[in-house]
Structures are given as C-alpha cells and as structure tokens.
Design a protein around this ligand. Sequence first.
Ligand code: SAH
Length: 604
Amino acid sequence: MGLESPIAVIALTAAGGKLARQIQLGLPDAQVHGLFGRVEDCDITFTDTGEALRALFRDGHAIVGICATGILIRTLITSLSDKHTEPPVIAISPDGASIVPLLGGHHGANRLARDIATLTGGIAALTTAGETIFGVALDDPPPGWTVANPARAKDVMADILFGGKPSLIIEAGEPDWLLPIPLDHDGAWMIRISDRSIKPNPNELLIHPPSLVIGVGCERNCDPDELRELVAQTLTDARLAPQSVRAVVSINVKADEPAVHAVAEGLGVPARFFNAAELEAETPRLENPSDIVFREVGAHGVSEAAALAAAGAKGKLIVTKRKSRRATCAVARGTDIDASKIGRARGHLSIVGTGPGDKAHRIPATDTAIFRAQDLVGYGPYLDLLGPSIAGKTRHDFGLGAEIDRCRHALNLARQGRDVVLVSSGDPGVFAMATLVFELLDQEPHPDWQRISIDVHPGVSAMQLAAARAGAPLGHDFCAISLSDLLTPWPTIQVRLEAAAEADFVTAFYNPRSRNRHHQIETARGIFLTHRPADTPVIIARNLAREGESVEIVPLSELQVETIDMLTVVIIGNSQSRRMALGGRNWAYTPRGYAQKNIEEPGS
Ligand code: SAH
C-alpha cells in the first residue's frame, strides 16, 4: 500500500458516509468513495458500485466496504487470481460494530481491521488461524520487515498451532513482534532474522529486518546507472539483502541529485539527507575521513558519515567507503530503521488550483497532491473550500493580498524537507500563485529553495466554468485580461483592452471591480462598445460553484457595472457571438464558422 494507492473506504448510504469520515480521521491514508446520489460528503464519487470496486481492487487499493460481505464477495469474485499480490478487502457493518477482513488477512487486512475496530469501538472478526491464537502472522510481518520465503510461513504456523516450538536465530534487528510465539532452542523449524542475502535451509523461515542504510555520495550529474551499479555490486559483494535496506542517505547538497533518487527508487525506499554539521559529528566514527572532502562540503565524509548518522549511535559501519569513478557508497547496520525519522526528505512543493468552488470541479491530480501533503498554504477561505479531506494536515492560513508571503512560506517549508501544497483558486497559473513561485525562484536564488522538487497541477479557471454554464462562448479565439491595476499599470491594461476589442477576441475579465475600483469595467465596456455590436452577449458569472452562484447573459449595451464585484468573471463575446433561448433559459455561444464551411475540422 503505497501513497499512490490510498485505502478506499466505500460508502453506499449517507450513514455509511458518516462512518467512513469517522474512520478516515484515524486513517490518514484513506479516501472516502461515495455512491452518487446517496453519499454527499465524500472525496470521490462513483456511480457503478461493481465497476468502482473492481477498478480499485485491480489498482491495488485496500478496500474497506461499509456494506454487507455479500456485496464485496459477489462483486470481486471474478477478479480474484493471486492472493500474494492482491490488496486487502474488509467489510464493515454500517453501525461500525463488525469489521470482517475478507481477503488478504495476512497482507494487511487483519491489521487494518484491528485498527478500524479501535476507531469504531467494534470487533475485528479475524478468521485466519495464526492471528487468532498469537496475534502474530508470520507472512504479514510489521512494516519494514520482509519474509524472504513466505511459502514456508504456513508450515511454521501450522507446526506452532499443533504445539511445535521453532527456534529463533537473530543475526540483525530486534524482532520483538515475534515474542508471543513459543520458542525452543531445539525446534524442528527455525526462524532466522538476517539482513544477509542467503538461501534459507528447507526447515527455515528467513525474515529480513529493517536494519540497513546505504550512504552515498557522487559528483554533480553523476550518471544514475554508475551509482546504481556501485550500490548493487556493494550489496552483492557483502552478501547483504536489498530487502533490509530502509533508506538511501546523503548530504543535503545532493537533495536534488538524480543519481541519489534513482538508487532510492530502485530499492523502493526513501532518500533522506543530512546537513554538513550533522555529518561532521560522525567524523570520529569514520573509517576513511578525508580532508579533501572536508574542504569541499564541510564534513570529513559523506557516504560513511551519512550511513552512520542514519543508523544512529548504536549503528555500525559494515561496508566502508567503496568508490567508482564519480561516486561512493557505504553501508551501516542499525536496528528498526524508520526512514521517516532520518535526517530530512528532499522537500516537495505542489502548486495546485482548487477550481472555482466546490470539489466537483477539482481535478483528481490535485486531490492526490493534497492527500500526500503534510502542509497546506493558502488564503484561509480557499483552504476551507477543501472540506474534510484536509483533516490532520498542518494549515498555514494567509490573508488576502499576502501572496508573496504565502509563496515564500511554502518554499521555506519545502526546503525543510516537508511535502507542501500551495493552494490557489481556479487554475494556479491564471492570475494566481504559480507564477509568483517561479519569479521568486528566479530572482532570489536560495540554494536550498532550488533543491526542492516542484510540480504544478492545472485547475478549472473561473472563465472556463463561466463559459460552460453559459454554453460555449469561448468557442473561437479568446483572451483573458485582469482589470486589477494593483500589479499592472492602468495604461498597459487599457492598451490591451483596445487591442483585444479591435482584434475581435472573445474577452474574459478577471478582477473586474472592487469596492473602491469601479472605473475599469466602465472604461472596458466603452472600449468594446466602439468595436462590437450593442447586442453582443456578455456573461456575468458570480460566485461560480459556490453559494449564491448566478450567471446572467445581457447585451453589451445593457451591462450594469453595479451587478459586478470581485467574485465575478465577465466574458464579452466577439462580433459573431450569439445569445439563444433553449429549454426555458438563455445560452450564449461563439460560432467557429462551420455554418459557412460545412466541413469537419480534424481533431476538434
Ligand atoms: N486563479 C483564478 C483567478 C484568480 S484572480 C482562476 O483561475 O479562476 C480572482 C478573480 O477570479 C476574481 O476577481 C474573479 O474575477 C475570478 N473568480 C475566481 N473565482 C471565481 C468564482 N468562483 N466565480 C466567479 N469568478 C471567480
């Protein structure tokens, strides 16, 4: 269950939706999926329960269905094929009293069922043998632990159930979770806890503990393959199990180094970073301290020091620095390594737009970015619009007008290694924050701002929803002009208004009028009236997808500026745009010229 496959809590009724939200509060990894027309408050809506469940199952989402077991069984029966790779499936009664793991008991379902039972005050109805007797499942160890030969787990569990006592050999790690199992030195079966890459004996269950960290260093823009090969060869030569590696670590100036991230991704573990002072503190423990490295980065070692810093005070260097042409690596052993507690991650900033209002107009990529984020930065009321899906995340509310502060704050959080989402309304690149972030990065080049990773997700802009509500007014060439002269001098805006009017662009006005700023929209109307017919349709769209939404279509000559405020977007049609009545209401559209040409344009 990675971050890409959040737990799907499925609600089919309003009551189920409430229970789903309650469960979600305790399971930050969950998203609420609600049946269309029945469940109002959810993160994702579906219409066909069977199709939705099968798609989620196929995509590897753990499924928690607030419904009868029969619904899940009948729906998924045709999708079952490989119990080792399929996600867990759990049924919950709508009152939260019975939690039944149906599939994948030893692949997370039992654990998840117990967690949910704690949240709802219900009972987890576990039906797998080992679980119910010892609370231990040998083929479903705690996160970070891997069973090398899971097919053996059943034999060992069966032996234990019939009174057998396996022996336990610990070469690395601290397997406290195995303690409920009765053990004996002379047991017929053996459980070996080892981070070495070995072939288990026939009577042996081999379990790899989360005990290794790999420290790496490399020159700037080192070929990722070079570092990957160095690390792979190092593990092979030292006969170490890649499954025991829990983090790839380095110095913070390497936080944006592609080779480091390629190695971490290849091993399926996080990359984490230390600053020079933290690495320098490890100098007494280094096998290969180097004055040259010190002069370059401010610490006497990178790979050895990072590995040791990550493995902790009791950790040991087990492979000293190995070198390729442009890279180095070293391996340290610790106990119970939890990557999230090591140094810092490379920070991440997602710049997203929430659409004009409610979640119906928010794209799924934005939901995913919000889902994985730790911190949300934005104008308070826009964060409010995100609803319950942001419960448990740190909010950084800013007032209107504090845009630069918001962007700086988001960048500063990301450079501390946090996963941050910067929230605009509509589209983040349309008169919004995305461009400010890039301006700051361009003009204030702080090295640690430049090392974070950034992505931008588009949103539905106010102009697009206004157009959709009115019909198809943007059907031909169009432009958008902000009438705010806060950042753009009024004469520049006026030149663009003249040009747009004269060139016959359909034109959308953002920020059309504020309490103290009236003349701009009046001037704009005057300019457009000199170039377009008096009956050119104008769309006045207020509070789109929010409470009190209104969309009016009026002739240009009758445009009343009093009906317009800062939460309005105005679209003026071109000289060909038309208003029409249909189904008891008015629509507007801008023809593309099919009527004259009568031919189909490819790709339209
Ligand atoms: N990034 C936003 C625009 C921000 S500028 C977007 O892409 O939509 C702010 C202006 O956008 C407002 O003055 C108004 O003109 C328009 N706007 C934003 N949300 C709106 C909504 N829900 N209804 C109508 N206009 C809206």
